[in-house]
Design a protein around this ligand. Structure first.
Ligand code: CO
Ligand code: ZN
Length: 337
């Protein structure tokens, strides 16, 4: 599982350019699903049918996003320095000194203009990528070329550190859940959707949810924690289990879906945390508001330093997320009438 996570996090896949990630996912899920479908936005939809449909059978969409934050070239100057715009939310504090890799393999490092105050964090229009060029002609990238941060995966005991754990660790959890369900009876009709373009506003999940037309939606994503010095006052911490989301900026989880998750966790003695997230949102938002509306929620994996090139998770939380998602999908849900 760690090897696959390393492969997923070290691969290149900013929003709109998820092809490499999709190829890795496809190779893993091909033998686990009844059928696989890729839609026009690049979402990979892996369908696992129930062994025997009953009155309890619900069509469940599980969404984990393949894309990561990145950058796109907007200008190259006469000395070959590259200016860029962001794909998704880049935090300015993590940008200078960063290393990037372009789709065409070009590597670059991020420098910045003269600062009026040496302690300033430069704005995005005051930073540039140095790709080793000396002029516009020998610059190996052009306007519109796309890059992602470059950083190897490392292990620190139970803690795993990599770029794009948001949301490759969710992608991993969805793949491993599908694997855990192999040969087990499931009462629900399951659509595991590996979505595109979440970081630019849950765009892939929106079209995939329209296609799947689910009865229930579950996003699997990361959630920032409150367990570092002087952090935001939030309950979530590394090592205490997956989080059952109640609310974030994008969605209020359906209480019936929350109860379904908590019942599955308690019945199967899986540790879990109650999550209210003060920043950010997930694909749950897109699923909840598609068509005439879908009861939706989210299982989150706690992460530190989100949207940095060194995001951190605890491996035990990843394992318990697979256990919880597997248990939830094998539990009936009461939606009432
Ligand atoms: Co994100
Ligand atoms: Zn995410």
């Amino acid at each position: 599982m760690k090897k696959l996570l390393q492969q997923l996090t070290e691969a290149f896949g900013p929003s709109g350019y998820e092809d490499n990630i999709r190829a890795i996912v496809r190779a893993e899920v091909e033998a686990l699903a009844d059928d696989i479908h890729v839609d026009a936005l690049g979402n990979l939809i892996a369908h696992k049918k129930p062994v025997k449909a009953s009155a309890d059978t619900k069509r469940v969409m599980i969404a984990a996003h393949m894309d990561e934050i990145g950058l796109i070239v907007s200008h190259v100057d006469e000395n070959g320095f590259v200016r860029f715009s962001q794909i998704g939310t880049l935090f300015r504090r993590y940008v200078p000194g960063g290393r990037v890799r372009f789709l065409n393999g070009t590597l670059g490092v991020i420098g910045y203009d003269r600062l009026d105050n040496l302690n300033d964090v430069p704005a995005l229009d005051k930073v540039f990528i140095d790709v080793g060029a000396t002029n516009r002609k020998d610059c190996p990238v052009r306007i519109g070329d796309v890059a992602a941060f470059e950083r190897p995966f490392i292990e620190m005991g139970n803690r795993l550190v990599a770029k794009s754990l948001d949301d490759r660790v969710g992608v991993l959890a969805a793949i491993e859940t599908l694997r855990a369900l192999k040969g087990k009876s499931t009462q629900h009709d399951l659509y595991f959707v590996f979505t595109t373009q979440e970081e630019v506003g849950t765009r892939g999940a929106q079209t995939a949810a329209y296609f799947v037309d689910p009865d229930v939606g579950i996003a699997v994503d990361v959630t920032p924690t409150g367990d570092t010095p002087n952090a935001l006052k939030m309950e979530m911490k590394l090592g205490s289990g997956p989080c059952v989301k109640f609310q974030d900026v994008g969605a209020i989880s359906d209480p019936r879906v929350v109860q379904w998750m908590i019942d599955a966790a308690e019945k199967n003695k899986i540790p879990y945390q109650r999550e209210v997230l003060l920043i950010g949102g997930t694909d749950a938002r897109a699923m909840q508001t598609v068509r005439a509306g879908v009861p939706s929620g989210c299982i989150s994996i706690p992460v530190r330093y989100v949207h940095s090139p060194s995001e951190m998770v605890d491996y035990r939380d990843v394992q318990n997320t697979v256990k919880l998602l597997t248990a939830v999908l094998r539990t009936p849900i009461q939606l009432g009438s």
